[in-house]
Design a protein around this ligand. Structure first.
Ligand SMILES: [Zn+2]
Length: 157
């Protein structure tokens, strides 16, 4: 993905997982998603014929079969729809336990994304917990969306 190189000014350099974690691969369909991610923007496809949103990206709208779509940027806020806590590593050096979660994304038309919840103890994780997006820069060209409890969740922790 070297063609997606950007020089975003807001890079935190925050890492949550080791370099040995497998990096996602882009296809021609998903490349715009990863290019936006490299700029720390979470985008989903929106059908320009019927308005249906979809994630992951796909070449055809599952609602009306149109191939026409644009990209909608989301706030990155949402809540935990479901989750699991992982105690066995899938990559060397992986901090454990870690949380794999499905996040129900606000302002997305009902979309959910599978990701990790970071910055919280496993016992603090709960279905319905408000979360916000945080980017993990795996390289200058690749940023992966993760989520952490939002400040609004402090009262629930
Ligand atoms: Zn459609």
């Amino acid at each position: 993905m070297s063609e997606t190189k950007t020089s975003g000014p807001d890079r935190t350099g925050e890492r949550f997982f080791p370099d040995t974690m497998p990096a996602p691969l882009a296809s021609t369909t998903t490349l715009p998603f990863w290019q936006a991610a490299a700029e720390h923007r979470l985008v989903v496809q929106r059908c320009t014929a019927c308005g249906h949103t979809r994630l992951p990206p796909a070449p055809i709208c599952p609602a009306c079969r149109s191939a026409e779509a644009d990209w909608k940027e989301l706030s990155g806020r949402g809540e935990i729809y479901t989750y699991t806590i992982v105690h066995r590593p899938i990559a060397a050096g992986q901090p454990l336990p870690c949380v794999i979660a499905v996040i129900a994304l606000d302002d997305s038309g009902g979309l959910r994304i599978m990701s990790n919840v970071v910055g919280a103890k496993p016992e603090e994780i709960a279905i319905g917990l408000p979360v916000e997006l945080v980017w993990e820069d795996m390289s200058p060209d690749l940023a992966v969306p993760r989520f952490r409890p939002s400040p609004a969740a402090e009262n629930q922790r």
